[in-house]
Design a protein around this ligand. Structure first.
Ligand code: ADP
Ligand code: MG
Length: 286
């Protein structure tokens, strides 16, 4: 969880030390203490002082076996990402509004507007399983996986929204991103899973239309369900994009069908609406 009380206490050299550890983690699972002065461009005594503070704030972890080394704890990585966005327009972080399996989501304020702040956590659990097999630095550390997921999602949001207004997919507007953090606009309405809609046929058509536009833009969501669709009187918005594939992906057919099936099954279960999956897929692919 992002801790704003600690974030407010952080000083410039705390950030430089964190960045030094982050740089070292490209090569080392545990960044050797003696390398930190050069990675963070600080004197050794200053690094020692900063490391003690960061350990006290629980932003970094220390290992003494087989040598003294450090790595970033994900609260430290959160602090780096928030620090970067704060320099560009982020002015407040509010309530936590969700902990998914792959993310932690907060409300925030950016350029005076309310936004969603999504901290990616992908890779964190799988990283634990491989941790013991490796002792040198690696690109599979969760911070790099989470960073890649955030970048991917940010780029998808940008691309899908950029198509001419007729064919733009209804997605949250991408506002900014850094490391594993994305700032985006708040999707209108509520999650489909938590809403009772009075005109399910109309909403289902709206969702199918968004899937079709997504497909014509060359994308397949790949993780579509009632949890990743927001509905409002204006229609449907699709969220949660890091797992998208392009329509040239070898599994494209299967993934598109699975998305459609998930949505149809939900409308059938909850509202008794019946649609033919093949027909809908055929329509999407026109
Ligand atoms: N743009 C947004 N607007 C409103 N709520 C959002 C937005 N993005 C995420 N959320 C909320 O946070 C939850 C988790 O976000 P999501 O992108 O689905 O990540 P994941 O399911 O992978 O953890 C969503 O189910 C939703 O409640
Ligand atoms: Mg989700």
């Amino acid at each position: 969880m992002f801790n704003s009380a600690i974030f407010k206490k952080l000083e410039k050299n705390d950030f430089r030390t964190l960045i030094g550890i982050e740089i070292g983690m490209r090569q080392h699972r545990w960044v050797p203490a003696e390398m930190l002065p050069s990675f963070s461009k600080l004197f050794a005594a200053e690094v020692r002082y900063r490391i003690d503070r960061l350990l006290g704030f629980n932003l970094v972890k220390k290992s003494v076996v087989p040598y003294d080394g450090y790595r970033i704890h994900f609260d430290g990585y959160d602090a780096l990402a928030v620090g970067a966005l704060t320099l560009r327009g982020l002015s407040a972080i509010g309530d936590n509004i969700g902990v998914g399996k792959e993310s932690v989501v907060y409300e925030g304020v950016y350029d005076g507007e309310p936004v969603i702040l999504k901290f990616h956590r992908a890779g964190y659990t799988s990283f634990k399983q491989v941790a013991r097999q490796r002792d040198t630095g690696d690109r599979n550390h969760w911070i790099f996986i989470a960073r890649r997921a955030a970048k991917r999602e940010y780029e998808a949001l940008k691309t899908l929204a950029e198509f001419s207004s007729d064919s733009a997919v209804s997605v949250p507007a991408a506002i900014d991103h850094n490391r594993h953090l994305i700032a985006m606009s708040i999707a209108p309405g509520r999650e489909l899973s938590k809403t009772a809609v009075d005109d399910p046929d109309w909403f289902l058509d709206e969702i199918i239309e968004q899937i079709r536009k997504t497909y014509s833009a060359g994308f397949i969501h790949s993780d579509l369900s009632e949890y990743n669709v927001f509905v409002s009187p204006d229609g449907a918005t699709l969220i949660d994009w890091p797992g998208y594939v392009t329509t040239t992906h070898p599994q494209a057919e299967f993934l598109l069908e699975r998305d459609v099936k998930n949505v149809l099954a939900f409308f059938n279960r909850k509202y008794g609406v019946t649609r033919d999956c093949e027909e809908v897929v055929g329509y999407v692919r026109v």
